[in-house]
Design a protein around this ligand. Structure first.
Ligand SMILES: [Zn+2]
Length: 281
């Protein structure tokens, strides 16, 4: 088959290219001619892809990323939502994000039927009760690109909360470079759904949600009329006072000789681990 129906809008999605997934499966990728959504053929390899989670080994930046996203989520909740309510992390993985948010005083809960909860045990969310959304906000980081059923999954998320903060990398503007786009990650076999701004808009419309996006990787859906600003989805944003205070603290620590002499080892560790894995293969 060379044309599928788009999983988001139902339009024709012709075959775009093929990739070797998990080093062995010849997989077709289809792209919607209307909304640009790119998706793999039905992923029968997912059980295998999650069995030996090589990403867990390669993912050196996981902790730092979770800390940054936790800071952003705190800011967004404090500016636009009710911090005294309950919150839920969907596809919560190890539970690190839930733990970080609970450490910061937010009543956060874990949901992930496919992963091992390590950091947030005893804080699993209860199954949703029909017509009763218990949570103020649902977060879903690095979930959408894993979903073979994007419409069904958003429906499942909305059973918990009427606002969703999520991450997924949007496709590059130039469709000609799609075939070599880093985000496809065919070796790992876990990414099967790739959005455009238009496909997210379409998804939001189907559920009558307002949408905000940073145009790259962070997005917000809500049934409420929450008006986000660009800074709400910018992990690097700091208000001017915090900026000055942090700068002063750094200067004082440096003066006292109390700062580490070298920069973070994240990027050199990524290179080191990738080299080890290449040698092993
Ligand atoms: Zn479409």
């Amino acid at each position: 088959m060379t044309v599928e129906k788009c999983l988001i809008c139902g339009s024709d999605a012709p075959l775009c290219f093929r990739k070797k997934v998990l080093f062995q499966y010849d997989v077709r990728y289809f792209r919607c001619s209307a909304c640009g959504f790119l998706f793999t053929e039905k992923p029968n390899w997912l059980a295998e892809a999650y069995q030996e989670d090589i990403k867990g080994i390669r993912d050196i930046g996981m902790v730092q990323r979770n800390i940054q996203v936790a800071e952003l989520t705190v800011r967004l909740i404090m500016r636009h939502l009710d911090p005294r309510k309950k919150f839920i992390d969907f596809g919560a993985g190890t539970g690190l994000f839930v733990r970080l948010m609970r450490d910061r005083g937010f009543d956060y809960y874990y949901d992930d039927p496919f992963a091992r909860n390590i950091f947030a045990r005893c804080f699993e969310a209860r199954k949703p009760v029909a017509g009763h959304q218990d949570y103020e906000l649902l977060t879903a980081f690095e979930v959408f690109e894993h979903s073979p059923d994007p419409v069904g999954d958003v429906g499942r998320m909305l059973a918990y909360a009427d606002s969703i903060l999520f991450s997924t990398e949007l496709q590059p503007e130039d469709a000609n470079v799609l075939e070599d786009w880093f985000y496809l990650l065919p070796d790992a076999g876990q990414h099967v759904a790739f959005h455009t701004r238009k496909s997210l808009h379409n998804l939001a419309k189907q559920f009558d949600l307002n949408m905000f996006s940073d145009g790259r990787s962070l997005h917000f859906f809500s049934k409420r009329s929450v008006k986000l600003q660009a800074k709400d989805l910018d992990i690097w944003y700091r208000d001017p006072v915090t900026k000055v205070l942090r700068w002063m603290i750094r200067k004082i620590l440096a003066f006292k000789g109390a700062t580490p002499p070298t920069a973070s080892l994240i990027s050199s560790d990524v290179k080191y681990v990738n080299q080890l894995l290449r040698d092993r293969d």
